[in-house]
Design a protein around this ligand. Sequence first.
Ligand code: NAG
Ligand code: NAG
Ligand code: NAG
Ligand code: NAG
Ligand code: NAG
Ligand code: NAG
Ligand code: NAG
Ligand code: NAG
Length: 343
Amino acid sequence: MPSLLSLLCILLSLFSFDTSALAASQANMSEIDRQALLCFKSGISFDPFGILHSWSNGSLNFCSWKGVTCGKKIPPRVVSLDLTSARLGGRLSGCVGNLTFLSLMNLADNYLPGTIPGELGKLPNLHTLNLAGSNLEGNIPESLGTSNSLSYVNLANNSLTGGIPVSLANSVSLSTLILSRNNLSGEIPSVLFDNSSKLTVVDLQKNSFTGPIPHFHTVTTLKFLCLTENFLSRSIPPSLGNVSSLSSIFLGQNRLSGLIPETLSHITKLLELDLSFNSLSGSVPSSIYNMTSLRYFSVGSNTLVGQIPSHIGYSLSNLQLLILGSNRLKGLIPASLANMLNL
Ligand SMILES: *[C@@H]1O[C@H](CO)[C@@H](O)[C@H](O)[C@H]1NC(C)=O
Ligand SMILES: *[C@@H]1O[C@H](CO)[C@@H](O)[C@H](O)[C@H]1NC(C)=O
Ligand SMILES: *[C@@H]1O[C@H](CO)[C@@H](O)[C@H](O)[C@H]1NC(C)=O
Ligand SMILES: *[C@@H]1O[C@H](CO)[C@@H](O)[C@H](O)[C@H]1NC(C)=O
Ligand SMILES: *[C@@H]1O[C@H](CO)[C@@H](O)[C@H](O)[C@H]1NC(C)=O
Ligand SMILES: *[C@@H]1O[C@H](CO)[C@@H](O)[C@H](O)[C@H]1NC(C)=O
Ligand SMILES: *[C@@H]1O[C@H](CO)[C@@H](O)[C@H](O)[C@H]1NC(C)=O
Ligand SMILES: *[C@@H]1O[C@H](CO)[C@@H](O)[C@H](O)[C@H]1NC(C)=O
């Protein structure tokens, strides 16, 4: 059976060819990650704790470099880069865009003045991006919104300017968006609260956003909404009351006007409601004084009128903080307040 034998030979040679080719390509794929890490390091000029000391060109085992975690698959690829609070100083290089398998990048609390490289948005597996408190400047790259994997974005406590890219606001994978304490401006994209089936946390406090709060359309998972200390104007959209998943709403220190929507009282699990320091008018809808879930309720420093209902101490019996000051409320302070044992 010579034909069988030759077939076996062909199979064997195919097999051995395949394994050596595979080994070569594996080595190459890992080498791309190693080079990308070395390239990232070359952007860092200040490393007081010697965190990147293990990252040397002579060391092939980059999976054991400090802050680097590789996946379990072969060839080894970098899945996580965590150098939070390493006090690194320098520039965040676009080379990290070559870490194709990267899922988590946490460079929070470093000193990396410069812009966020657009290459980050092209990482097909990036899930968590935390660059908070790292002195970053410039705009949020448009490319971040093109990622289908990005779920957690925390860019708080930087000096970012410009607006929220519409593509990012429209992202279907986004669950947490924390952009607090920057100098971002412009309107909040109207699509941010449209068809958002994963959005859970939105924190945009202490920026320079203007214009209205967008409408809420099919938002089913949002728990925490903080838009405090911006320049948002016009009235609070009644559709906010349709977001029944909410537990915290912070809209204080803006330029909101008009009436407090009665629909807010439909949010049965709401714990915190802060509408203070705005120009809200009319009276507080009586149904809001019946939201038994509330722990924190502040409408201080507006132009609200009307009376405080006498039953408030029973209907809001779980309140820990109640701020109604600096308005135009009239009438008596209800004796039932004595029933609020946690106030
Ligand atoms: C991959 O490895 C092969 C064989 O070692 C080499 O010829 C080739 O240049 C490498 N390619 C890259 C992109 O490193
Ligand atoms: C790493 O070492 C190789 C071989 O010695 C050298 O060609 C290359 O330039 C080095 N790369 C860096 C980033 O130092
Ligand atoms: C990514 O890797 C490729 C191939 O190894 C290289 O040519 C390119 O310069 C790298 N890109 C960055 C931004 O470092
Ligand atoms: C931003 O800085 C403030 C004040 O230093 C701090 O309380 C907050 O936790 C920081 N936020 C993030 C997301 O790092
Ligand atoms: C923030 O940006 C506005 C213009 O968009 C500018 O007037 C203001 O000075 C900036 N504030 C800071 C603290 O950079
Ligand atoms: C939201 O989803 C609905 C139904 O899938 C669709 O008709 C609508 O155009 C979407 N809206 C936006 C702003 O994407
Ligand atoms: C709330 O949702 C319901 C059902 O989807 C819809 O009919 C209604 O118009 C929404 N209310 C507001 C104020 O958007
Ligand atoms: C609020 O609760 C009080 C006391 O239970 C009740 O008399 C009143 O009708 C309620 N108001 C609304 C708007 O639900």
